[in-house]
Ligand binder design. Structure first.
Ligand code: NDP
Length: 473
């Protein structure tokens, strides 16, 4: 038996430990899930919707306990509540939409009129989900809920960094008749994740590019699909005629929300030269007005850095930028309070693409700002680098923002706002470049990806004889 300790991000104390699910226990869990899945699929959309509605009710009944655990895992209060609400909302949303998303019925053939075909939507029996630490509950369940709605059994391996929410989540699952075998949460580390990939029919992974590559290779070895939602380095372009107040508000929120520990955080800001000084001034003023949620958790906007190693990455990026000529206009120092680690919104100017802060994922509240002259230059700057998760454009009109947005190599483009995918989940999008692989998690594909489409092909006439293909006529 192997146990792991988890650090409390507000106190730095290793005040929680849990048993790592070892490979044999993963195999056992997957066998149980596979045995239960046919009956789950046979319930149909309506039957599964009623079980999922009960699950939502059990989550609601335990909201305080789950929120308390998430608060300790992440060191923030309001967002913890929002994570739970998002999962409850997703359960209702997928259950309501699912019956309308899968077209059924026979279609006449075009090339062979006597032949008709119909789709049969066959869910993967067992889906694995591996999730990161930045939104432990939301990202643990974001793929699990549509997969369950589709009729799959699901096993989730959450991050070892934020394990406290698992207990109360399991309680809600156990209290939902019919759900316990088809939705299992297995706490563990990378080894548990690897063991899971070895057993499932399809793997959904949210995390870093480096681990995503390992997951993709392991899945390729088994010839199972891997849906990868990976890191980002999202740019925001601000054109000269943009509303400066709105653009700087959105830039600050897009970069600083969740202490920047979000895949779709704004991590690079490109401003047209004529308004560069004004944007820098306003953003610096707004950044300086942001407070920490310390010592009271229900104050300020910036929570602690959840994963201690992340603080080292942020400090290293700031130091590298300064060594290469960047200036810090706000924030800039990792602060130690009560054992936790904090970074205030950090505005950097005189930055270049030679600096790590403009190339590598930051995952923290750092706003490096660079000037550009022409639209072509802005597009080239924004399309620089290995990531293509999302991007944002501010302009005087939506049409002008759209014209630039259509040229960007990223999966979701916010127009006259930033990081909209943090709050709006309805638009289908796929990641570009190293930010991910696979069908959209948002929109109808978010459900459809959990089915294999089986084709039923019926001949209403006579089968062709072999002689129809004879070489000599
Ligand atoms: P990691 O890639 O480090 O870990 C993600 C998950 O993979 C964790 O559960 C981890 O377990 C597990 N894991 C580690 N090694 C392996 C392995 N060899 N095989 C299988 N699973 C493994 O990411 P982080 O947790 O640090 O999360 C931050 C990253 O997630 C950022 O890059 C961020 O951009 C990305 N992300 C992407 C999102 C998107 O939608 N595109 C959304 C949110 C975050 P353990 O933690 O126990 O080691």
């Amino acid at each position: 038996m192997r146990r792991l300790a988890a650090r409390n991000p507000r106190t730095g104390a290793l005040d929680f430990s849990f048993e790592v699910t070892a490979a044999p226990a993963v195999v056992e869990a997957t066998s149980r899930a596979r045995r239960a899945q046919p009956a789950w699929a046979a319930l149909g959309f309506a039957g599964r919707a009623s079980v999922m509605a009960r699950f939502a009710a059990e989550l609601t009944a335990r909201r305080e306990t789950i929120q308390a655990a998430l608060e300790t895992d992440t060191g923030r209060r309001r967002i913890s509540g929002q994570e739970i609400d998002s999962v409850i909302g997703a359960i209702a949303g997928w259950s309501a939409m699912a019956p309308t998303l899968m077209p059924e019925g026979w279609v006449d053939g075009r090339a062979m009129p006597a032949v008709r075909h119909a789709p049969n939507w066959r869910p993967y029996a067992l889906v694995g989900v591996i999730s990161p630490w930045n939104f432990p509950m939301l990202l643990g369940m974001i793929d699990a809920v549509p997969a369950l709605t589709a009729g799959c059994a699901v096993i989730v391996k959450p991050s070892e960094v934020t394990p406290r929410f698992v207990g109360p989540l399991r309680d809600a699952i156990a209290a939902t008749p019919g759900l316990e075998a088809v939705l299992q949460i297995l706490p563990g580390d990378g080894e548990t994740g690897q063991a899971l990939i070895d057993e499932v029919d399809c793997i959904c992974f949210t995390g870093s590019v480096a681990t995503g590559r390992k997951v993709a290779l392991q899945a390729a070895g088994r010839l199972i699909p891997a849906f990868l939602e990976l890191g980002g380095k999202d740019p925001l372009i601000v054109l000269a005629d943009a509303d400066l107040e709105a653009a700087t508000d959105a830039a600050l929120r897009g970069s600083v929300l969740s202490t920047g520990q979000a895949c779709q955080s704004i991590e690079r800001i490109y401003v047209q030269r004529g308004i560069y000084g004004a944007v820098v001034e306003r953003l610096t003023m707004k950044a300086n007005a942001v407070g920490l949620n310390w010592p009271q958790i229900d104050s300020g906007e910036v929570g602690p850095i959840i994963f201690a190693r992340q603080a080292e990455i942020l400090a290293a990026q700031i130091a590298d930028a300064q060594a290469k000529g960047a200036r810090v206009l706000a924030g800039g120092e990792i602060e130690h309070h009560g054992g936790g680690l904090w970074l205030r919104p950090t505005v950097l100017v005189d930055v270049t693409h030679e600096m790590a802060v403009m190339r590598d994922e930051t995952f923290g509240p750092i706003l490096p700002i660079m000037a550009f002259d022409t639209l072509d230059e802005a597009v080239a700057l924004a399309n620089f680098g290995e990531f293509g998760l999302s991007a944002a454009v501010f302009a005087g009109t939506l049409e002008a923002a759209e014209a630039v947005g259509r040229r960007l190599d990223a999966g979701a483009i916010s127009l006259n706002d930033a990081a909209l995918t943090a709050v709006f989940y309805e638009a289908a999008k796929q990641s570009f470049k190293a930010s991910g692989v696979g069908p959209s998690r948002m929109g109808a594909d978010g459900l459809a990806r959990f089915f294999r489409r089986q084709a039923l092909i019926a001949n209403t006439g006579q089968p062709l004889p072999l002689s129809a293909f004879r070489e000599s006529s």
